[in-house]
Design a binder for this molecule. Sequence first.
Ligand code: SF4
Length: 283
Amino acid sequence: MRIQLHQSDLSSQEICWQSWIMTRGMAFDMWDVKESVAPGIKAITGTATHKAIERFYGDKMVGKELPPGEAKEIAEAAFREALDRGYYISEEDTPEEQDIIADGMTRAEKFTAMYIKSFGNIIVPEAVEQDFVIMLDESEFGFDLTGRIDLIDAMGILHDSKTSGATPPKHAARTYQSALYAEAFKLQYGKYPEHISYDYVYFPSAKSSEPKADQRMTEVDDLLINPFYARLKQFEAIRKACVSGALNPLYAAPPPDRIFSWKCTKKHCPLWNKCEFWSGRAK
Ligand code: SF4
């Protein structure tokens, strides 16, 4: 089987290239060691919410209606299971660990309830949780693409559920990930989807006690698709240069906001003490 670039690789590379190299570079023959990093509470909150939403639509597909109380229990159980697998919490946050965990679980429950209340009755699922593999031209790329589409509705709109700790920007759905989804949709249905919708539940700020819900939608056009292929070609050029030894992978594509990134702190990055690029900030 050829190497597979997953949809999450594209966003991880953008958040921090160095972190991606240390955790995923080995799979692409670009790095010798694979660092294992446990997810933070924020990521676990998102995963638990997603699990409950997945079950909600899975039931809907077979004509069942998952009661909101049960959906919240599914989120809670998924949260606990993820915690049991291991999580990252910074030294500084350790004294408040139990409060942070309790807050994360409450958020997962509130996200789930808000999602079902806001979108549960307006989105009619046609297909849910569809895995895909896109085989790229072997003469051009040394890898294929893979991922999973959350949901396609009865109107042919492709949906991705999102959780966030901030109000999503207006053009939040104009991403490489959307272009990848559009290509996966085309592979199966022979055309691009009319729209891609990121269905957000989010807390507008750290002080907000209740979440909100909003959709961020994009059309599929050349300005979405072409930069995606340019990015894949750029990545393949970098990958080949790293594999041949011509480039040091850690320096190959530093993201411009590396030093000021929210993630580049002890609080959010488990690799801070192994990384020469750490910002030096605790929070
Ligand atoms: S410390 Fe900063 S630059 Fe290094 S892997 Fe973490 S987020 Fe990336």
